[in-house]
Each structure stands twice: as structure tokens, then as C-alpha cells.
Write a protein that binds this ligand. Sequence first.
Ligand code: AMP
Length: 386
Amino acid sequence: MERAGYGAIMSPLFEEIGVFLRLGDSTEIVTKEMYDFRDKGDNHIALRPELTASVVRAYVQHRPPTPWKVWYEGPQFRYERPQAGRYRQFSQVGIEALGTDDPMIDAEVISLASSFYADLGLRQVRLLLNSLGDPTCRPIYVEALREWFQSHLSDLSEQSQHTLLANPLRVLDSKREQDQQLIDDAPVMADYLTAETAEHFAGVRSGLDRLGIAYEISPRLVRGLDYYTRTTFEFASDALGTAQNAVGGGGRYDQLASELGGPDTPGIGFALGVDRILLACDAEASFEPPDSRVSVFVIDVTGGVEALALCNRLQSAAIGADRAYDARSMKAQMRAADRSGARFAAIVGEDEIANGVITLRDLRGDTGQAAIPTNEIINEIEKRLL
Ligand code: AMP
């Protein structure tokens, strides 16, 4: 992300609730998923359920020059029903780009998300793409959708009948078996796009085509938050169970800055779900966890202060080093060294100190054991780790 010119932004964990209430009254996040409370100053506060609104709030408040491109990572909080891959505190990595609606930035943003998965070795992640229309065509489509579901109301699940009253678009999100046929036959946004929005969407697709990024057009993809317009996308992992297979998503939110009291500023971004990505990495066995956090385990049979000093030297030279505590016996320390998974044990005893050496033992048995002059220990370990 930084190679593409995105700077890090660290947003607060909580905001005045109004920042998130503007997301639209019908979003589930607002109606039932927010952790909110009154603080000692009687301010109505919410733990952030997502970061786009916070970032746009920061934009409106500080007005940085555009295009403003930022990335973030950190915990989000939603009062959801906890289950595999769905937690009340979860972590996201994301980016936002404000100040241009050039379709090439849509393609850039999507490609950055896509390479995030690829770089982790994930192969079973699919990109789903849709356009949600703009403020001209979207309301017409929403009306058509409302009419469609209204005319088949008795076939709709009770839950979706409630959703329909609040927001017909969200009915498309229903996973209930009973609703699927009606959803499949419902009107699609693509047939309602204005010429301008259709052209923008074609631009995004041509950018993705040029980058060789595969995608599926998914006309039912509406996403959870109401502020999305035009380009929307989601990444689904086929390695995860179908219920929680979304490993990230995002889209355009061209009205959000003005809704938060700022100047008209188009924006686009994504948020990737770190917890689910890790589940997908496990499911695909995309990489092995490292054997050990450290390369060297220091064994000190002179009381412990030599281990402190040697660990410190090694760590300063960017070599991971750990040790045992409480002046344990040599045997106990050797056991701890084996358990640590470190490649080498570096042994400091009375003899070693007297001779100005450190005994370096290869714990994987490859190169045996050698007495290394104390001032050469760093070089020697670096050489052997190559
Ligand atoms: P959203 O902010 O709803 O667009 O979510 C973006 C991504 O965050 C999703 O695709 C998930 O990977 C992840 N995510 C959302 N909610 C949760 C949750 N409750 N627990 C774990 N991951 C989540």
C-alpha cells in the first residue's frame, strides 16, 4: 500500500456516535450492532464498527490535499452473534482514497486488495464486482425492487418483509432459502444504470482486464453499508464455509464526505477481514508457521547476567534471541532451548568466559558444536543463518 502512495492513518477506537449514525438508519450496524455508551461528559460515544466513516470524518475535519490516499489496520467492534469467522471484536486492514472518481483508482484499489491475498499465497479467493448506481438511478432501481417484492410479499420470509420496509436493497442480502427464487428473479441494477455510471463501470472493468485480474459480475452484491455508490466489490474465499466466506470488500462512497458536512468529495476504499484471512490461510495451508520466534537460545551457567548481555547484543544485530530465567540448571536450560525451536544454542559457562569464547551448538544437528571467539559470535551466527 505504501509503495502505491498510501500513508498510514491511525484513527481513534471510538467516535461520537453521529459519525456512524450518518451511515443510514436501516443498516444493521446502526440499528443493533453498535457498542455505544455515554461517557462522563454525557457524550454519546460508539466503538468504531468500521473505519471508512472515521477516515472520512478525519478528512472533513482536516481537509488534506487530494487525492488523499491512506491505509489502516486495527480492531473493529460489532455486537453480532458470535460464530466461526464472526466475532464482536475483529481486525481489519484497509485503504481509502478520497478526491477522485477516476475509474482507474477503483481498479488500483481493487488490485491492491487482490494482491494482498495473492501475496499470502491464497489461491481460492474470488472477486465479485457490481455497480450500485448513483443518486440519479439508484432510487429508481430501489423503487422497482420495492414494487417487485411488494407484489410477491406473501412469498417473502417474515424477516425479509421487515427488511423491505427499511431498505429493499438489503433484501438481496438475504441468505434465507425461502427468498432465493424471488431474489433471483428480481430486477437488476445493471438495467437501471445511467449512461454515465455504466461508462464508469466499464472503465473499472477495463482497468481490471488490463491488470489481468479476474472478476465475476455479481448483480446481487449490495454490501452491508448504505453509503456505497457505483463500484462495489467483495472477495469470497472458497476455502471457507459459505456462511462467513467474505474475506474483504469495499466500494465507492461518493456522497459520504458531504453527508458528514464536508465538501463534495468522491471516495473509494476496502476493508479486509484479518481474522477470516487467517482462517483461509489455515484452510488453504498457504504457508507454514515459522518453527520459532528466535534463532538463538542463550544458555548461561554463570547466573544469568551474561545471557542478558548476549541476548541484547544479538537482538541489536537483528538476530532473534531468547533465554531461560531463574538461574536454572544447564540441563533445564537445554530442555528450554529445544522447546523454543531455535536453530542454535549459545552457551556461556565459566570456561567459556575464561577463554573468551561462546560455545555455539547447532540444535538441528547439522554442524555440531564449536567454540567461537566472543567478538566474532554475531558474524558467525549471521553466516550460519544464511
Ligand atoms: P465490512 O466492513 O462489513 O464491509 O466487512 C469487511 C470484512 O471484514 C468482511 O469481508 C469480513 O472479512 C470482515 N468482518 C466483518 N465483520 C466481521 C466480524 N464480525 N468478525 C470477523 N470478521 C468480520
